[in-house]
Design a protein around this ligand. Sequence first.
Ligand SMILES: Nc1ncnc2c1ncn2[C@@H]1O[C@H](COP(=O)(O)OP(=O)(O)OP(=O)(O)O)[C@@H](O)[C@H]1O
Length: 272
Amino acid sequence: MKPSDLPVGAIAAAVPAALAVEVRQANVVYPAADAPVHALQDIDLTVRQGEFISLIGPSGCGKTTLLRAIADLEPISSGSMLVNGVSPHAARLARSYGYVFQAPALFPWRTVLANVVLPLQIQGRGKAESQRIAMDQLERVGLKGFEKKYPWQLSGGMQQRVSIARALAFEPRILMMDEPFGALDEITRDRLNEQLQQLWQRERRTVVFVTHSIAEAVYLSTRIVVMSPRPGRIVKVIDSTLPDERHLGLRDTPEFMALAHAVRESLADGHH
Ligand SMILES: Nc1ncnc2c1ncn2[C@@H]1O[C@H](COP(=O)(O)OP(=O)(O)OP(=O)(O)O)[C@@H](O)[C@H]1O
């Protein structure tokens, strides 16, 4: 029997899950004329395929730096890092991940469709294929019917959903998100949290997510990585005890509140 004859679940059970991200003793020091900034100190972190990991911590603790280093947007000063088993640079060239920035970062002169199509065109895909994929991704984030609009004709939440569709367009194995919903009002944020959670449940793509919000981290994550500032360190990694299938009502349950409490305590510990 060939592996391809096995049901998907059997293959998953037979092959140990590969690591999506492996960080060992990573340090990032930003050079500065007066005093260098030790942004990350001795970071050890492993992320398995299909996990939803949140990095949470106070402003300046190095969340963005860690995400950028994993994404090959920032070099590490020492230590090692593997993304899907290869260097972050090789993973970037292989288009292993999609990146969603804090602000939507869409091209205002391009339509929604043209924005999502762009990375596919850069990748050398044909026009018809690119458009088909882009339309499919827009539908998945609930934006069917908006493809001909320009970014400025959409709300902030819709623009951020276009960014997510764009990041998912070339089917990356890892989705990296740097506080994607931080600038949105709470109701929009709740809705997008719910949609992102459903997307993760459907596709089980690996997600590395940066947030300031305890509720967001607890609602979305399978593991929560708590960081502390100056220099940025990991103080605790908390496994979620919540079921994979989640709805917003879960936030009122004792399990959710207990997890939120544990994250808050770890954040406070990191300050001492
Ligand atoms: N390019 C840079 N040059 C010098 N210092 C930097 C640079 N980028 C970040 N830093 C510093 O490194 C530290 C970590 O910054 P980083 O943006 O990673 O933190 P963060 O946890 O993501 O913060 P926030 O939640 O406010 O976005 C901060 O002290 C910041 O001032």
